[in-house]
Ligand binder design. Structure first.
Ligand SMILES: [Zn+2]
Length: 235
């Protein structure tokens, strides 16, 4: 989800806020932006209103190409120093994308300046990009659920695939080959969908019909869709 508008509503008798993004309640007890580590606690403990007290309500923060990404911490990352980070419930809406301007404002509103935090931002690694891709696919398959994010579960629920330029068999081959390429990549670039791009779509066999535009392409280059109109180019 791209942040279009957001607001903070101060909770009574507490230094925390409700954080509402695009009319969705994303955090109930948001304290401040804290970028000192890779993870940030989006919902702090109800008892003491301080960060790091409980193991619930975490997000992982990535920064790339003037975009701040709030990503669900997945299994590959969550077991850090024997501390099990549980994802913030706000991430039921999927990965959240901030423009750097909005995000700096958010830092400043909560009295925690961007500059104070600038030390440890983390760009998108190949592993992050792969996780963002499968999270997006899982959210298209089952919106508003925290899911296992395994591609084989998505694949078990396929109705078919389509694209303007490819047959269904070609789409399937493309999906397989792009999925298998992940362990060959070493570089990731974040980009947006442009008007000249076309897409390949995955159709889910769900009671309410759903789709995942999983790949965009232009001039023989393919990009993995990671949410809204955000893509990654991997090489
Ligand atoms: Zn506490």
């Amino acid at each position: 989800m791209k942040v279009q508008e957001y607001k903070l509503i101060r909770n009574e008798k507490s230094p925390t806020y409700q954080l509402i993004i695009n009319n969705e309640l994303i955090a109930n007890r948001f304290l401040e932006v804290d970028l000192k580590g890779t993870f940030m606690q989006l919902d702090v403990c109800e008892m003491c209103d301080s960060q790091g007290c409980s193991d619930m309500g975490y997000i992982e923060i990535l920064e790339e190409a003037n975009t701040i990404i709030w990503k669900e911490p997945l299994n590959t990352h969550i077991d850090v120093e024997y501390w099990q980070y549980q994802a913030a419930s706000g991430l039921r809406v999927g990965t959240i994308f901030w423009s750097i301007e909005d995000f700096k404002n958010l830092c400043n509103i909560t009295n925690n300046s961007w500059e104070r935090n600038v030390v440890s931002h983390k760009g998108i690694s190949v592993e992050d990009a792969y996780d963002l891709w499968r999270i997006y696919g899982s959210k298209c398959f089952m919106p508003n659920y925290h899911y296992s994010y395994q591609l084989d579960i998505i694949e078990d629920n396929i109705l078919g695939m389509y694209a303007i330029d490819f047959s269904e068999d070609e789409c399937t081959e493309l999906y397989k080959s792009l999925k298998n390429k992940w362990n060959t990549y070493s570089k990731v670039e974040l980009l947006r969908v442009s008007n000249d791009m076309r897409k390949v779509t995955f159709m889910f066999d769900t009671p309410i019909y759903r789709e995942w535009d999983f790949i965009y392409y232009v001039e023989g280059k393919f990009f993995y869709a990671i949410g809204d109109d955000y893509l990654v180019s991997c090489s």
